[in-house]
Design a protein around this ligand. Structure first.
Ligand SMILES: [Zn+2]
Length: 91
């Protein structure tokens, strides 16, 4: 198994998951519920969707990316992410 950033072999991988979703009313899904409720919510929205393709619509309201990193790249990644937000966050 190789790190997806630096390509080196990794013994113990770190999994980075980036979920982004619209916090619009009715789709304020708790991260813990992701996977369980999100499909239902998306299907609901797809039903009332306009001309956009299903894929486009899904991207509009929900994205999920997953990366496998070595510890070094993970540390760098987290540091970079945290420093890129100037105005703090919820946590
Ligand atoms: Zn790496």
């Amino acid at each position: 198994m190789e790190c997806q950033k630096c390509g080196r072999k990794i013994k113990s991988r770190y999994i980075i998951k980036i979920a982004s979703y619209s916090a619009h009313d009715g789709l304020d899904v708790n991260l813990l519920d992701l996977g369980k409720d999100i499909k239902k919510e998306i299907k609901k929205l797809v039903k009332i969707a306009s001309k956009k393709s299903e894929k486009q619509l899904l991207e509009d309201i929900y994205t999920l990316d997953e990366f496998w990193l070595c510890k070094e790249c993970r540390d760098g990644f987290i540091k970079q992410i945290r420093s890129s937000f100037r105005y703090g966050g919820k946590h």
